[in-house]
Write a protein that binds this ligand. Structure first.
Ligand SMILES: Nc1ncnc2c1ncn2[C@@H]1O[C@H](COP(=O)(O)OP(=O)(O)OP(=O)(O)O)[C@@H](O)[C@H]1O
Ligand SMILES: N[C@@H](CCO)C(=O)O
Length: 353
């Protein structure tokens, strides 16, 4: 028997102006406890049994069918790109998930990273993390969450300009990458492998004094909905506004001691947050009602990923800051939980028992 644990941090994308570019891995981890037994004890679909421990108090039921569950479906995609049609006999995957689903803490990106790591490990494929990022990007096509969860820390990401034939492969519909479940039947179709080097990342410094407060409202905003409210085109003024701040952000968050006014300014955004206010009651007020001048300890506030979670960066007075944001949500009859998190510098790890 082989057994190992895959650990993947959640992430907060954008950090204000870095829409689809900047990501921060955070200290809330999805764990997969995996065992592979050489002898089958029973006939399992695709040789895989899933158990799921929900520590996130999410209402959504996560499927335990390996053809449907996002993590094992992604693992099967990676395996099938390498002519392995199923998991090795007999794979047991126990998922422990404290990451709230659909709240802006990168739960889907974390699950996709978990899937590629799982496929790589059980298939003994020996793929590098750089290559695993290509597989992630065939599924979650913005790199900010998946690169943060895979590599850890505070990252800037970008997609390469691909050759025309590779662009066509990268833009293959998701339904061909992750085909609809076929009711336990192996269709034998080999899925499209990703082009090489679709995306890249660069780690930035993070000042050790800076902690992340995640204020998590009790409702879901699916990322797809939050992307559908964004415009197709932007004014030059709004693009320049974001470029100016995104260029400052890594230096501002990497400098010790942190400069609160510089960080607050560098976390402003005109590309996604203003449009997402239609999905998150009170968002405009929450992003503006306190500043480092009116709240000691505060450095900056932004929407975490596609929301509805709010990310406040701070050096101290964490409870006070969280309580003030929670009170703002409460004025719109929205209740929240909150967590004090730190950057997760290690990214996704595998530990053999
Ligand atoms: N551990 C998991 N196992 C299986 N499916 C998951 C898991 N985590 C997330 N998902 C799927 O991903 C969906 C949430 O993805 P979505 O992109 O909408 O939000 P998010 O990733 O939490 O937020 P954001 O992308 O804004 O940070 C869930 O509804 C669920 O279907
Ligand atoms: N950059 C993505 C992150 C989603 O988690 C967005 O804001 O839509």
């Amino acid at each position: 028997m082989t057994s190992f644990v895959i650990k993947i941090p959640c992430s907060s994308a954008n950090i204000g102006p870095g829409f689809d570019v900047i990501g921060l891995a955070l200290s809330l981890h999805l764990d997969l406890h995996v065992t592979v037994e050489a002898k089958p004890s029973s006939q399992l679909p695709f040789n895989c049994a899933i158990t799921y421990e929900d520590q996130s108090k999410s209402v959504e039921q996560i499927s335990l069918d390996p053809e449907v569950n996002l993590i094992t479906r992604v693992a099967l995609y990676v395996l099938r790109c390498h002519d392995q049609r199923a998991f090795p006999v007999e794979t047991k995957v126990h998922i422990v998930n404290p990451i709230p689903l659909g709240r802006g803490l990168g739960s889907s990106g974390t699950a996709v990273v978990a899937g590629v790591m799982l496929g790589n490990e059980v298939g003994k494929l020996g793929l590098s993390k750089e290559r695993l990022l290509d597989y992630c990007l065939m599924i979650e096509r913005h790199p900010d969450n998946v690169a943060a969860s895979l590599f850890g820390g505070f990252v800037g990401t970008y997609l390469n300009e691909l050759k025309p034939e590779d662009v066509a492969r990268k833009e293959i519909p998701l339904s061909e990458v992750l085909p609809a479940p076929a009711g336990g039947v192996d269709t034998g179709i080999r899925p499209p492998a990703p082009p090489m080097a679709i995306g890249h990342y660069r780690k930035f410094n993070w000042a050790p004094e800076i902690k992340a407060i995640a204020i998590i409202p009790n409702f879901v905003v699916p990322t797809a909905n939050a992307r559908n409210v964004l415009p197709q085109t932007y004014s030059r003024a709004d693009v320049v506004f974001n470029l100016q701040r995104a260029a400052l952000l890594p230096a501002a968050l990497g400098s010790s001691p942190p400069d609160p006014d510089m960080i607050f300014l560098a976390m402003q955004d005109k590309v996604h947050q203003p449009y997402r206010k239609t999905l998150i009651p009170g968002l405009t007020e929450i992003l503006q009602f306190m500043t480092p001048a009116t709240q000691p300890g505060l450095l900056g506030i932004c929407l975490s990923g596609a929301g509805p979670t709010i990310l406040a960066l701070a050096t101290d007075r964490f409870t006070e800051i969280a309580d003030r944001i929670i009170a703002q949500f409460a004025s719109n009859d929205i209740s929240c939980q909150w967590k004090l998190l730190e950057p997760a510098h290690d990214g996704a790890t595998v530990t053999y028992n």
